[in-house]
Design a protein around this ligand. Structure first.
Ligand code: SF4
Length: 483
């Protein structure tokens, strides 16, 4: 038998006994019955930070708690929730669409038995009774999640799926780490579990535990993984130990193991420089997802992402399929920045067809990338710096603070007031798909009535609904029709 690698990470937490972990749970968990409620929400792609409910549920199951989960729950059905014999209700709150549900549940469920967890800035802003899930509980959830898939409606919550045509089969989400200390300016993950937290904004499962869980999964023929880590590549030596271990499992070859990973551009590049790409190929990694967000240099830096050079290098060298995640409408977005992002995607990204499949898999409309979303307690000032909503001086129009993916909640003035310089090319029939994805009408093109006008003027002239107009204009810029 080969010895297990002994690489450790500074993000591994001190081991805790079951009794110590039980003491970290809300007091109604001790011997009583818990009901977890995740209210319904139209936000489809909630990202990896929203797995906290599943992780908490898994940890509580593992610690012997009596817990039931009600997902996609509509508050109008509050009377169907058991009340007799229930000691506590743990309610999830991630986004604005859930606020009224949460308030209704707290009003009508037995007084003093509800605690809310999820996106803490929002919970605090709503003055709701909070349960801050401790990092050690999350860590226990990370290594027990795979035993609880059967309890969950969705299993895989993020928008990252085996969505490309060449892959098929079930993909199981799996955390080797949780959290990301990079601190990009738009990212809710890093805000909810910040780098200045006692754990440093990240949790890593010790390798011996990780390998025993992966072994358990492989033995059950689970060979499609989505490593849901925000940044799988951050701890390079540890990442190497994981992929090296995977590459030595017979399943990698015999059963065509298929793995998706997420990585931050600099850490992916640094990993490849130190260890090369081949070990990732050998481990069965079929797709690496990297947040490109914008190909415009300055905008990328404002976002906290850094420059584009490293993305180009990855695009040139990486033998594995890279999915570039993009975003529009961050403050500073212009027609030109969208042109640049679109050009990068055309050169290095997916075909429209593949992207559509991805979108269809998730049941959403869209395809050119999510739009920038703002969460309460997380707004930006004119310089793109985070400020409190109580002190907000917005650089644009807030259409809604609801963080619906693929629906812009904010159109920055930089885009609204950008002047159209010309028409890069006429529309082609194949462009229709992009507008269909977003359910918006194509702009009517005409040099005479577009060029020299601001985006806002043209939107006001062409669209009854300005939100539709801005989406359409952004799409047209990204595909190079507007310049
Ligand atoms: S690298 Fe990704 S997960 Fe990390 S802070 Fe930036 S956007 Fe968030």
């Amino acid at each position: 038998m080969t010895a297990l690698p002994t690489v450790t990470s500074k993000y591994e937490l001190a081991p805790r006994t079951n009794d110590e972990l039980r003491a970290m749970l809300p007091k109604g968990s001790q011997g009583g019955r818990t009901i977890m409620i995740d209210p319904v929400s139209p936000e489809f792609n909630r990202g990896s930070f929203c797995y906290m409910g599943y992780l908490l549920f898994s940890a509580m199951q593992d610690l012997g708690c009596d817990i039931t989960i009600l997902e996609n729950f509509c508050a109008a059905d509050v009377d169907t929730i058991p009340q007799v014999g229930v000691d506590q209700y743990l309610i999830v709150l991630w986004n604005h669409t859930q606020i009224e549900h949460v308030q209704t549940l707290i009003r009508f469920l037995p007084r003093g038995k509800c605690l809310v967890f999820g996106f803490y800035g929002m919970i605090e802003a709503q003055h709701l009774p909070v349960y801050q899930v401790p990092a050690s509980i999350i860590q226990r959830g990370m290594v027990t999640y795979h035993r609880n898939y059967r309890f969950f409606k969705q299993i895989l919550l993020s928008d990252c799926d085996m969505h490309l045509k060449e892959f098929s089969g079930q993909v199981y989400p799996f955390f080797t780490t949780y959290g990301c200390p990079r601190g990009c300016n738009f990212c809710p993950t890093t805000l909810n579990f910040p780098p200045n937290s006692p754990e440093g904004g990240r949790i890593a499962t010790p390798l011996n535990e990780l390998f025993s869980v992966l072994r358990e999964m492989l033995d059950k023929d689970m060979v499609g993984f989505h490593f849901t880590d925000e940044d799988f590549y951050l701890d390079m030596d540890r990442t190497y130990a994981v992929v090296d271990w995977l590459s030595k499992q017979p399943e990698a070859i015999e059963k065509r193991m298929q793995i998706i990973t997420l990585g931050e551009r600099h850490t992916v590049a640094a990993f490849a420089k130190r260890y090369g790409w081949q070990v990732l190929v050998d481990a069965g990694i079929k797709l690496i997802e990297i947040g490109l967000e914008s190909a415009e240099e300055d905008l990328g830096k404002d976002m906290g992402k850094g420059g584009i050079k490293v993305c180009r290098k990855i695009a040139e060298e990486c033998p594995i399929h890279v999915l570039w995640l993009t975003m529009a409408f961050y403050p500073g977005e212009t027609i030109q920045s969208l042109n640049k992002t679109g050009a990068f995607m055309k050169e290095n990204g997916l075909t429209a067809d593949e992207l559509y499949e991805r979108v269809a898999t998730n049941g959403t409309h869209g395809g050119l990338g999510q739009f920038c979303q703002y969460y309460e307690g997380f707004m930006l000032d004119k310089n793109g710096k985070r400020i409190s909503v109580d002190n907000v001086e917005l650089e644009g129009t807030v259409f809604s603070r609801r963080p619906l993916r693929l629906m812009p909640s904010f159109i920055p003035y930089s885009f609204q007031n950008d002047v159209i310089k010309g028409i890069g090319r006429p529309f082609e029939a194949s462009d229709d798909q992009w507008f269909d994805n977003y359910r918006v009408d194509k702009p009517v093109l005409g040099q005479g009535f577009m060029v020299g006008k601001t985006v806002k003027q043209v939107v006001e002239e062409q669209y009854a609904n300005p939100l539709d107009g801005y989406i359409a204009m952004a799409v047209a810029a990204k595909i190079g029709v507007l310049v």
